[in-house]
Design a protein around this ligand. Structure first.
Ligand code: SAM
Length: 264
């Protein structure tokens, strides 16, 4: 199995859509016609959920009519949020076939298929023409990316000059990760967590200028405490949750946002 196949196997559970539709029914809504907001973030697999998505979108300058690429779009919750709340046109690309199928189905059920589309593929070879997007997002994906330099080169290619790339990942602040599983990997084999400096160096080399870097460890800890109490996105469960909390508290890992724009 290639490492990308192992990553897709990690995320590709069978009953993801059923779990999301159960959350819609629990909210008292019709599973065939509902608003993206009715999922209350069950479809957004990153620290801070929809509140973090809204912050990243605002910092990345996303507004009505923007063409946005969501790299590693998962269940599609971020893409639908950006279309529904910000009026953007969003295309998501993701490695895991089960997640792409779920993202498409949920998007159809929310009536957003005119502005939110998905394709299955890898971030290292984006299936788009040069300069196709105004903005690209990559949220909690880099922990699984061995070749970040290739991914950032691809992001630079598909963004127009001046286009913004927002990266929001869990990054390495100090020390070594000793305890697995973590939410993105069962073992060190598929975990490629790196320090912010490795990201900013790779971004500069790929043709970006870095504008802003921000850590949000308190939000991450609060989000994991909520998950332990039973309020978690689909896929954030098991021993990975306390393991990640311990790594946040020890200062080994932290959620970090980096914003950069493509040099003209
Ligand atoms: C933790 S989830 C985050 C999903 C989404 N960004 C969100 O915030 O809800 C990580 C996602 O990255 C995807 N992924 C991992 N490696 C990838 C790659 N090389 N290319 C595209 N997607 C990838 C996984 O399939 C998974 O859907």
């Amino acid at each position: 199995m290639s490492y990308e196949e192992s990553v897709a196997a990690h995320y590709g559970r069978d009953n993801i859509e059923d779990q999301l539709l159960a959350a819609v029914r629990d909210a008292g809504k019709d599973p065939d016609h509902f608003s993206p907001a009715d999922l209350h973030g069950a479809d957004q697999l990153h620290m801070g959920g929809p509140a973090a998505t809204a912050r990243v979108a605002a910092r990345a300058g996303i507004s009505a009519g923007r063409r946005v690429l969501d790299i590693g779009s998962g269940m599609g919750g971020v893409a639908r949020h950006l279309a529904h709340e910000f009026g953007a046109t969003v295309h998501g690309v993701d490695l895991t076939p089960e997640l792409v199928a779920t993202a498409r189905s949920i998007t159809r059920r929310t009536g957003l298929e005119g502005s939110v589309t998905f394709s299955q593929g890898s971030a290292v070879a984006l299936p788009f023409e040069d300069s196709s997007f105004d903005t690209a997002l990559m949220i909690h994906v880099g922990m699984n990316l061995r070749e970040k330099d290739r991914v950032f080169a691809e992001a630079a290619r598909v963004l127009r000059p001046g286009g913004v790339l927002a990266v929001y990942d869990i990054m390495l602040l100090g020390g070594d990760i000793e305890t697995y599983p973590l939410p993105w990997a069962e073992t060190a084999e598929t975990s490629f967590v790196q320090p912010p400096l490795a990201y900013t160096d790779a971004l500069e080399a790929a043709g970006f200028d870095v504008d802003l870097e921000a850590k949000t460890v308190e939000e991450g800890i609060a989000f994991l405490e909520q998950a332990v109490a039973g309020d978690a996105p689909v896929g954030l469960d098991g021993q990975a949750v306390p393991n990640l909390m311990a790594a946040f508290r020890a200062g080994i890992l932290a959620p970090v946002e980096i914003y950069a724009h493509r040099r003209a």
